[in-house]
Design a protein around this ligand. Structure first.
Ligand code: GLN
Length: 496
């Protein structure tokens, strides 16, 4: 049966373009027995697989197949998952709309005729789940690339705490921000898969230590126990006032009214809702783009056509013979427009003249954003304590009365945009608008916090004959302290 499903996948995907390659159905016969036996899984095409190419949506890696599986892929297979194919994405994860891919844009499956963007960069993963092409999909999230497409496509998208899921075998975009995460139709499936891949990995130097994982888990449990059961009595939810910027309030009234309705429901379940302030939020987007581009420009230097990447040889007989000219030729043809722009931006930010004013300044903002979060959460950040002594743990288990357990805010400032508007005038339109899409997701990325986007399902009409913007899905995000991933997912289960 699975074989038949897999052989039909290509045909089913024709209207979405969510997948870029498909596993040979014959290979799906030897599945290990395990907890994920019922799950078909799509894996984003920037995560290495030995049986399928890993192109990262780039001409540079058009012909690349990894000799090994990424740790996350190994763990999925070990748990009995059936990996059915690789999912489309923006080139090297750089983008918010999945329009920067050599495989073409992904079509949002919510209403195909409407031809809207699926969001990016894990647009293929979100669309594959939304279209029912696979049970679960794995994505990566550097500044919002799981949460934004999840919000646009109406599925659940989870970016775990930085360092919980191994990045070994995941093609780097920006090492200090890259996170592997999970998308599915409901939080329970996300959690089940997360539990199988949430492992320390000595191949990944940024993989979180067992001690920190354990401490944070205990603190989260402590908080969960206060409100466990049907009622949310004892759960304190913070609403960050800076997460309702003018880009959101001026155009998307229905997003705000949906959030209001959700809050009234949570309140009636017993949750305490309090306004909080994260004052550095307004600087987060600029800081993110400086840091991500700087790290991106550095990570991408390996694709020179000699060590890595498809070499594009200069024409025979031309004077382009020196090594640096081979690099230049390869890189200007192998990288797409958006990636070249990021490399230039990042290289500039790291240059001697600009370093202090841009890169260092952005790092300072990053610290301010982290401090803001630590200030509002009742649970302390275990990464900043270097002792595991019993007395310290005991102190940490006592939540500060004033802090909140989780934060809640809209996942995006708008619904999925129309693709023709995004593609037609790629040259002329204000591309900064694409960057603004990430304004609500980047702060949690800068701070490495767990963040879950869950669709707000109410308000979606069944009668779709005359389509309105209000009918399109929009997600709500729950953000927690580092390592409290279970708490975040438990709150998500109440909301979905
Ligand atoms: N849109 C953001 C960027 O282009 C986020 C991408 C991501 O999370 N991979 O950097």
């Amino acid at each position: 049966m699975l074989r038949r499903f897999a052989s039909n996948l290509r045909a089913k995907d024709a209207s979405f373009n969510a997948f870029v390659s498909f596993e040979d159905p014959l290979n799906l016969d030897n599945i290990t027995k395990g907890p994920l036996n019922d799950y078909t899984i799509g894996v984003k095409d920037n995560i290495c697989t030995s049986s399928l190419p890993t192109t990262c949506g780039s001409a540079m890696l058009r012909d690349f197949t990894s000799p090994f599986d990424a740790t996350v892929v190994k763990l999925l297979k070990r748990a009995g998952a059936q990996i059915v194919g690789k999912t489309n994405c923006d080139e090297f994860g750089m983008g918010s709309l999945n329009i920067h891919s050599i495989h073409g844009p992904v079509i949002n499956p919510f209403r195909v005729d409407s031809r809207r963007a699926a969001g990016g960069s894990s647009g293929g993963s979100a669309a594959a789940v939304a279209a029912g092409l696979c049970e679960v999909a794995i994505g990566t999230d550097t500044g919002g690339s799981i949460r934004l497409p999840a919000s646009y496509c109406g599925v659940v998208g989870f970016k775990p705490s930085y360092g919980l899921i191994s990045r070994y075998g995941v093609v780097s975009y920006a090492d200090s921000l890259d996170t592997v995460g999970v998308l599915a139709q409901d939080v329970q499936k996300v959690e089940k898969v997360f539990e199988c891949v949430n492992r320390r990995d000595h191949h990944d130097p940024t993989s979180a230590e067992e001690r920190s994982r354990k401490q944070a888990r205990l603190l989260a449990l402590n908080s969960i126990e206060r409100w466990n059961g049907q009622s949310l009595k004892g759960l304190k939810i913070g609403i960050p006032q800076e997460y309702f910027p003018s880009e959101l309030t001026s155009s998307s009234n229905h997003i705000i009214s949906s959030i209001r309705y959700l809050l009234s429901q949570l309140r009636s379940l017993g949750a305490t809702i309090v306004p909080v302030s994260l004052p550095s939020t307004k600087y987060a987007l600029s800081a993110y783009y400086v840091i991500a581009s700087a790290e991106g420009s550095s990570c991408l230097t390996r694709y020179d056509g000699i060590q890595y990447g498809s070499r594009v040889a200069p024409p025979l007989g031309s004077e382009l013979t020196s090594t640096s000219k081979i690099y230049a030729h390869t890189r200007s043809r192998g990288f797409g427009r958006e990636v070249r722009k990021r490399v230039l931006l990042g290289t500039y930010a790291l240059s001697a003249d600009a370093f202090d004013n841009y890169f260092l300044q952005a790092q300072r903002v990053r610290q301010m954003v982290k401090d803001d979060f630590d200030h509002v959460f009742s649970i302390p950040n275990v990464l900043y304590t270097d002792s595991d002594s019993a007395s310290e743990m005991k102190d940490m288990e006592k939540p500060e009365i004033d802090g909140v357990d989780v934060l809640l805010h809209p996942s995006a400032i708008r619904i999925a945009p129309r693709l023709d508007e995004m593609l037609d005038d790629l040259r002329e339109r204000d591309i900064l608008q694409d960057y603004v899409q990430d304004v609500l997701t980047v702060p949690a990325s800068l701070a490495g916090l767990p963040a879950l986007s869950v669709p707000m399902r109410f308000g979606i009409r069944e009668d779709i004959s005359n389509e309105q913007d209000e009918d399109w899905p929009i997600g709500v995000s729950i953000v927690g302290q580092w390592g409290t991933d279970k708490l975040v997912m438990d709150v998500g289960k109440v909301i979905e």
